[in-house]
Design a protein around this ligand. Structure first.
Ligand code: CA
Length: 230
């Protein structure tokens, strides 16, 4: 595993890189935002620890640029800001996690390991019946036929497929597929479910997306479930 630490305070930077190296990570260090962005654009890191306040380019701008360029590297932001608004801004800019200074290295390590584990899981190909989703190629097929989805439809389908056979509520969908600040707009979920149905189920003999009355939705290829919910 290779990680990049972007941190301008030498003491913190040193202790982080020593800590990760002791855990057998390959570690690169950047002491300002520009250098950090340069490295992150050139090298495919598994994870990035990103300080919020940096000289030459702040962490948030760096992260936005990285995400705009299509990077999916897991990014954990370090910040002295305790305000919820800052945390939201960080997540909105594309951070995967947010840790407030001062923190213990053990906590940072545990969180980074969780992010990296999740990244590995998310790259596996998902299959439900004859429906296939390939997260690495960002492609969906049903019965060998490629299906074109919008970004939001794709995210919704991926979430349903990761929860195959389980009922997901509208609130769960909003939290995972939209963002936390999208609160209260659960009716949007029904709209997107109908878009997905038109693309995934329309014209196929077996529907995969099921409505669980009064609760939410479930993706399943099990004929038994279909009968029960019809
Ligand atoms: Ca700093």
């Amino acid at each position: 595993m290779r990680i990049l630490i972007i941190e301008d305070e030498p003491k913190i930077a040193r202790s982080l890189s020593e800590g990760f190296e002791a855990e057998h990570f390959a570690v690169d260090l950047a002491e300002d935002g520009e250098k950090g962005l340069e490295l992150a654009s050139e090298i495919r890191y598994d994870g990035i620890v990103l300080d919020w306040n940096l000289p030459r380019m702040d962490g948030l701008s760096l992260l936005r640029k990285l995400r705009q360029a299509g990077s999916t590297t897991r990014v954990l932001i370090l910040s002295g800001n305790r305000e919820v608004a800052d945390r939201v801004a960080g997540l909105q800019a594309g951070a995967d996690d947010y840790l407030i200074k001062p923190f213990s290295f053990q906590e940072l390590l545990a969180r980074m390991q969780t992010l990296l584990r999740r990244a590995q899981e998310t790259s596996e190909i998902l299959k439900v019946g004859d429906l296939v989703l390939d997260p690495q190629r960002h492609m969906v097929e049903r019965a060998g036929k490629p299906i074109k989805l919008s970004q939001r439809e794709y995210a919704l389908l991926e979430y349903l497929m990761r929860n195959v056979g389980r009922t997901v509520t509208r609130t769960m969908v909003v939290e995972h597929v939209w963002n936390l600040w999208f609160d209260g707009l659960t009716s949007v979920v029904d709209v997107y479910i109908s878009y997905l149905r038109a693309k995934i189920d329309h014209g196929f003999p077996t529907p995969l997306i099921h409505t669980v009355r009064g609760v939410g939705f479930m993706l399943s290829a099990e004929p038994k479930l279909e009968k029960k919910e019809k």
